[in-house]
Design a protein around this ligand. Sequence first.
Ligand code: SF4
Ligand code: SF4
Ligand code: FES
Length: 236
Amino acid sequence: MLATFKIFRHNPEFGAAPHYDSFKLEVDPMERVLDVLERLKGEQDSTLTYRRSCAHGVCGSDGMKINGRNSLACQVLIRDLKSSTITIDPLPGFAPVKDLAVEMKPFYKNLESVIPWQIADETKFPELERRVDDKHSQRVEEASRCIQCGCCTSSCPSFWFSEQYLGPAALVKAFRYVFDPRDSGNEQRREVLNAERTGVWRCHTIFNCAEACPKSIDTTYHIQELKRWLATGKTE
Ligand code: SF4
Ligand code: SF4
Ligand code: FES
């Protein structure tokens, strides 16, 4: 089928105003949007800029807004867009760097602030191998699937208002460790998560984030559970 790709272009180096470029090309309905971007870059415009790495929904680097929805370009089939005109924008809420690439530093800063690694108490877990039972493993399994693509945080109105707000991706990551019984860093995380203007209470349960997640992680549920933990101190 013949399709038109309208792609957001922005190159601050040359001072040109942001605009859309249109490309027409024959596509296979079973092609992925990332495949088409690769063809456009290889055959029509080598300056077209976007991020990608694994091309298989693992690295999280090709988040972009495709026909109005935050998605991973490597996971979206042309067929499923049900339109011969496909508009691609950078992820909203982040500053554009060039074309579809955005500034992710605030996102990573927020992620880092929740201490996204396990702090082990050697006295409780003297063994080298720290085993966890099935029940607790399943509790954090969904949060562990996060690939830090930013699709959720980019769709969050609270993050649009202030990039100081941790955002759903960082909160899902916090959940991963707060609810892991082998971890003993919760008092340090409590302070960050409970912060009035930047922590979990800035979430107004609008559900945009859960809809945007390409890994089907129920971000809002995880945020609610963090609120419950902050209010009650219970992780069970
Ligand atoms: S549910 Fe919370 S974190 Fe998710 S989009 Fe809404 S305000 Fe943002
Ligand atoms: S929760 Fe989902 S949308 Fe958010 S960063 Fe993780 S994988 Fe991406
Ligand atoms: S390129 Fe890695 S997730 Fe799409």
